[in-house]
Design a protein around this ligand. Structure first.
Ligand code: SF4
Length: 444
């Protein structure tokens, strides 16, 4: 495409040596978008550096979910000023969810004038064309299909649905990502086939709510079922699920799929029905527990994790205790818990919130302490069991691995020349709160 070649030429003339630094904030969806941004810049001749000082093009792919995350990103954008002072030729791009909010976009453009180009998450598929228009003033109607640079060759993030229709009262995502759009079934299937034949071992389907995938009547369970039929040594994961759309028939399908990883992240957010209603979550505590019980009865060894918001506006101590009793009943392997963070523009930002931050901090400490004990107990129950694991990282001390079901397993590094992505067979010898410690079966 002429405009891609033209951009390559323009950047070559401007920089000579094309070096890019790409930093991603936030969720796996952003990681996946960044893999495409990297793919695009590689296509026009850039290589990548780990330090922005050595780059002549810098991209920040931003997140808007929490205020604290946003403040941190502003800190990073602020630091670019000194880099621009040293190298005025540098080209700075800020993209992603934060830029989708009009107020933040205006703030970036007015307070950080050294930022050259912004692109919101909803316009992401048109990133090359919008960048070209910014550089030349010429509008392009075509659409360049961005290739992907996989961060880890053995893992593939595959977006299947973008946006969200749920409007949970605390969440900014529907405003920044727009309404749900499911990707073409055949395109996802062909992505999966390509990745698996290239040696990818873990396929993770991505979406704000993967369970509501619907392309021409093909639902999420149909997608999983079809991908499961592909020949190869791989596992299927997905995130994130919404409990109201996580159906019994999906569980039945997962139970039949030999490639399903047996890991499920199902955010509950609160164990109290009044708070769930205020959050606009559209399920009750009882319905959630019934689904978990059903999934566990059908899928042996299922590893379940969740998200919890502590201190939602109006949450009383008694209502928080319902969350505690829920985690004690369900016994998640892990939870991601957060103190409620107000996002302007959401419904919950208008709700009265009289609980002091110190009280919320006490609640979350109590939650974490109880969960730590549960995690420790569940991990210790696996001592003596055998697992197949993937090597995810290597330090001097350990091979850092994951089971198919996404549990972390550490193996003493015996300098066996294993590589990231290798598959190993291990026996669990010991356990901690967040990890299992294993020996290689071949060495036992
Ligand atoms: S389901 Fe709710 S929490 Fe999840 S992205 Fe949609 S609105 Fe946000």
């Amino acid at each position: 495409m002429f405009y891609i070649d033209h951009m390559r030429e323009m950047f070559e003339n401007r920089f000579g040596n094309l070096k890019a630094f790409v930093k991603t904030f936030g969720c796996q969806q952003n990681e996946s978008d960044s893999e495409k941004i990297c793919g695009f810049f590689r296509d026009i001749g850039f290589s990548f550096v780990d330090d922005p000082i050595f780059a002549n093009l810098i991209v920040f792919n931003t997140c808007a979910v929490r205020h604290t995350a946003q403040d941190r990103i502003y800190g990073h954008i602020g630091m670019l000023k000194s880099i621009k002072r040293v190298n005025n030729n540098i080209f700075i791009i800020i993209c992603g969810c934060m830029v989708e909010l009009e107020s933040e976009k205006n703030k970036i453009l007015s307070k950080y004038p050294y930022v050259d180009f912004v692109c919101g998450a909803k316009s992401f598929e048109k990133f090359p064309e919008l960048l070209y228009e910014h550089l030349t003033g010429i509008k392009i109607e075509e659409n360049y299909s961005m290739s992907v640079i996989q961060k880890d060759k053995f893992k593939a993030w595959i977006p299947i649905i973008s946006g969200c229709n749920n409007f949970c009262s605390y969440c900014i995502v529907p405003y920044v990502r727009g309404c749900e759009v499911s990707r073409k079934f055949e395109d996802i299937l062909s992505d999966c086939k390509k990745y698996i034949s290239n040696g990818t071992k873990i396929i993770t389907f991505l979406g704000q709510n993967v369970n509501s995938y619907d392309y021409d009547g093909m639902k999420f369970k149909d997608l999983i079922y079809e991908v499961d039929k592909i020949d190869g040594d791989f596992t299927i994961r997905f995130m994130t699920s919404h409990p109201k759309d996580f159906t019994f028939s999906l569980v039945d399908t997962l139970a039949k799929c030999k490639h399903f990883s047996k890991s499920l992240h199902l955010p509950i957010q609160s164990g109290n029905n009044r708070i769930l209603k205020l959050m606009n979550r559209k399920y009750t505590r009882e319905e959630y527990i019934e689904k978990i019980d059903y999934a566990r009865s059908k899928i042996e060894g299922l590893v379940i994790s969740t998200d919890i918001i502590v201190g939602f506006p109006g949450e009383t101590n008694e209502e928080f205790e319902d969350t505690i009793s829920l985690i004690e009943k369900v016994r998640f392997f892990s939870i991601f818990s957060f103190i409620y963070s107000k996002r302007n523009g959401t419904l919950s930002a208008t709700m009265q919130d009289l609980t002091k931050y110190e009280e919320k901090a006490k609640r979350i400490d109590r939650l974490i302490n109880i969960q730590n004990k549960i995690s420790e107990e569940l991990h210790s129950e696996l001592i003596g069991r055998n697992f197949r694991v993937f090597v995810e990282g290597i330090s001097d001390e350990y091979l850092m691995c994951r089971t198919d079901s996404n549990l972390m397993v550490k193996i003493l590094n015996g300098k066996n020349n294993y590589e990231i992505g290798n598959v190993l067979y291990v026996k669990i010898a010991n356990s901690g709160r967040n990890a299992l410690y294993a020996k290689l079966l071949e060495e036992i």
